[in-house]
Design a protein around this ligand. Structure first.
Ligand code: HMG
Ligand code: MG
Length: 317
């Protein structure tokens, strides 16, 4: 593997942005859950090891969901012990108590439940209404928190901006489920643009409404898919509102098998490039990250869609 020759952007800090951003890397979960061919467990483990070697500190590893629903991640029991020694946070998705039991049995200390702002996606993704899913999460969050002070629970909220069945999603509907997740005891929320339709004004409006509803911005992360090329612009809008946790996937892998129009997440490399240009520290070595995505793209048999990976590597496109 060759480390690509790198240019780096000129750091020109902008006013009113956070000094540091924590990247919540989702490539191994959100990315690989969507691959048609199942990636061998050893390749997943190596991918996560390489990601940890780039300086990323939060690497979502897998999901303890029903293996028939997401066969791509059915090897969670095999994978997790192969990476659990890494000195990084390794969150895993757990939809219900069965998922939590499986995760806790392997020593996981970071778990995430995943709700929907819309009824259509709650049904498609969890086979539940929104309120039934919240009821399903209630014992998951309380039991996880009862495991000790070092256990952290993330609450994802999908379809915060637009839904493939229902269209634009009203802000109060999103705010209601955010509040409910916080009231369950989630430490952090991740606002998902699952199908990548949001634009920056919409992001600003939702964050303003959440602030108005008393949701502290320190508890919020953003999770943009890049279907319409808006993910970076949306991220900047969120940073301007004080958000300092940003989800991204190495090489722009991703999508959601239960939302047909979803494409890959914001590419971590594109995010790191922008943040570096803004003088914002992430602790990530961009060269190593690009090399990791090029390596993964070779395994998947197609080039990374990330503009930054393409610019900084000699990958065939
Ligand atoms: P269900 O069919 O309603 O399950 O699925 P159930 O509760 O009726 O249980 C049926 C059987 O499944 C039982 O077995 C359970 O034990 C078993 P039986 O007693 O019949 O033999 N079961 C399980 N087995 C293993 N692990 C489990 C588990 N749970 C039940 N955890 C369920 C409900 C939630 C399980 C299902 O809908 C599911 O697994 N959904 C997962 C969907 C998913 O992973 N989607 C992708 C992640 S979300 C996403 O990508 C969006 C995000 O990126 C943010 C964004 O972009 O917006 C996070
Ligand atoms: Mg997602």
């Amino acid at each position: 593997m060759n480390t690509p020759e790198l240019g780096l952007p000129m750091p020109v800090p902008a006013e009113g942005l956070p000094a540091r951003v924590r990247i919540h890397e989702v490539g191994a979960r959100d990315g690989l859950q969507n691959e048609k061919a199942t990636v061998p467990t050893a390749v997943k483990a190596e991918f996560i090891r390489r990601l940890a070697g780039t300086g990323l500190t939060t690497i979502e590893a897998t999901s303890f969901v029903h293996p028939k629903w997401v066969p791509q991640l059915a090897d969670a029991e095999d994978l997790y012990p192969q990476i659990s020694d890494l000195p990084v946070s390794l969150p895993v998705l757990v939809p219900n108590e069965r998922g939590l039991d499986r995760a806790l049995a392997l020593g996981a200390r970071r778990v995430a439940v995943f709700a929907s702002a819309t009824e259509s996606f709650a049904k498609a993704n969890l086979n539940r209404t929104v309120d039934e899913s919240l009821a399903m999460f209630e014992p998951v969050v309380s039991r996880a928190k009862g495991e000790g002070d070092d256990v952290r629970v993330r609450g994802y909220l999908s379809m915060c901006f637009g839904d493939p069945w229902e269209g634009p999603v009203p802000v109060p509907q999103v705010v209601r489920v955010c509040r409910a997740l916080l009231d369950l005891g989630c430490d952090e929320l991740s606002l998902g643009d699952t199908i990548g339709v949001a634009t920056p004004g919409q992001v600003t409006a939702l964050l303003a409404a959440l602030a108005e509803a008393g949701v502290p911005v320190s508890a919020l992360g953003v999770h943009f898919h890049d279907t319409y090329g808006q993910a970076l612009a949306n991220t900047l809008a969120a940073l301007q509102q004080g958000v300092s946790t940003v989800d991204a996937s190495a090489g722009g892998l991703g999508g959601c098998p239960f939302a047909k129009s979803a494409t890959g997440n914001l590419a971590t490399e594109d995010l790191v490039w922008m943040l570096r240009g803004l003088g914002i520290d992430t602790g990530v070595d961009l060269g190593r990250l690009v090399a990791t995505s090029v390596w993964m793209a070779a395994h998947l048999g197609r080039p990374s869609p990330s503009r930054t990976v393409r610019a900084l590597s000699h990958q065939e496109s």
